[in-house]
Design a protein around this ligand. Structure first.
Ligand code: NAI
Length: 334
């Protein structure tokens, strides 16, 4: 079956790691037509807007996109396109599997947890204003609708994937109304899933527990800001940001992308690690029903890691992005 997928190469290292990933996915033998679109600063230059309708329409039509990271310039006048895309397409669930890879030195080689981050509200609603010069207010929005929807997604995910437990992460001891509502919604949904144990952790304690004893967790669900921070912390537990894939899932469509950013410090050098985008693409293949190609690609990637000969610089090796991709492609062709 032929698939049409929207491809957004992105900024910085994006085009390099996305190109490597496309070559690998195509070597798995599945038939994909890529519809390349631009967003962010590149789109602003070409179309006068950071989020052209051609890109969002393409994702709505194809229902699935593979995306490289986009740079968000710091300061006035440029809102995050990543946040905008999640809002426009209502990609409410950000799923971030955290799994250690063979041969990669890391603190927890057997770690296998999944972070489910609410993607549409919280402090990311971008509601900020100057009250008086020198005083800025930033408004945190938490709704029962979004909290219930993300909690249900986490429990359904846990059920589907045979996971053991769902933990809500919050700061309801301080933010009694907002995080209190989130937690209440979580436990209301938990009642619908009596076979899946549910518990909760306060965010600060949770961070300490994640560093000391992360194996106690399985699926973790949290608001947007906590999810953003905790998922980077967890990426550190398994060897770094170059290894953390992500999926943004909604009713209209799904966008698959790495957790890391556009890494301007190493862009254009051909040394970036494409693993996180590749793993996101593997999640994407499963999402579109190409489980066999996904598993073969994953096996080939794991073999390259297990052999330990073709490892990128961020993981202590000397391989370039293209060398790593070629090593996986060689395995896929055998
Ligand atoms: P970053 O994730 O781009 O980089 C942090 C550090 O990790 C850098 O030292 C970088 O070289 C390294 N790194 C990241 N990905 C790597 C890879 N695949 N291989 C090897 N090393 C890698 O975070 P930073 O510097 O905070 O953000 C840069 C830009 O990316 C910003 O404009 C930010 O807004 C944007 N960003 C975009 C995201 C997205 O599009 N989903 C997500 C996060 C940040």
């Amino acid at each position: 079956m032929k698939h049409t997928i929207t491809l957004i190469p992105g900024d910085g290292i994006g085009p390099e790691i996305v190109a490597a990933t496309v070559r690998i996915i195509e070597a798995s033998g599945i038939d994909i037509e890529w519809e390349t679109q631009i967003l962010g600063a590149q789109a602003l230059e070409k179309f006068g807007t950071t989020m052209p309708e051609s890109a969002t329409d393409s994702i709505k039509k194809n229902k699935v996109a593979l995306k490289g990271p986009l740079t968000t310039p710091i300061g006035k006048g440029f809102t995050s396109v990543n946040v905008g895309l999640r809002k426009t397409l209502d990609l409410y669930a950000n799923v971030r599997p955290i799994r250690a890879l063979p041969n990669i030195p890391c603190k927890y080689p057997n770690l296998d947890i999944v972070i489910v981050r609410e993607n549409t509200e919280d402090l990311y609603a971008g509601l900020e204003h100057v009250v008086i010069p020198g005083v800025v207010e930033s408004i945190k929005i938490i709704t029962a609708k979004a909290s219930t929807r993300i909690s249900r997604y986490a429990f359904e995910f846990a059920q589907r994937e045979g996971r053991k437990k769902v933990t809500a992460v919050h700061k309801a001891n301080i933010m009694k109304l907002s995080d209190g509502l989130f937690l209440q919604c979580f436990y209301d949904v938990a009642k619908e899933f009596p076979d899946i144990p549910a518990d909760d952790k306060i965010i600060d304690n949770c961070c300490m527990q994640l560093v000391m004893n992360p194996q106690q967790f399985d699926v973790m669900v949290m608001e947007n800001l906590y999810g953003d921070i905790v998922s980077d912390l967890c990426a550190g537990l398994i060897g770094g940001l170059g290894l953390a894939p992500g999926a943004n899932i909604g009713e209209i469509g799904a966008v698959f992308e790495a957790v890391h950013g556009s890494a301007p410090d190493i862009a254009g050098q051909g040394v970036a690690n494409p693993t996180a985008v590749l793993m996101s693409a593997i999640l994407m293949l499963k999402h579109i029903g190409e489980r066999d190609a996904a598993e073969r690609t994953e096996r080939a990637m794991l073999e390259v890691f297990a052999e330990g000969q073709t490892i990128t610089k961020d993981l202590g090796g000397t391989a370039k992005t293209a060398d790593f991709a070629n090593a996986i492609i060689d395995k896929l062709k055998k």
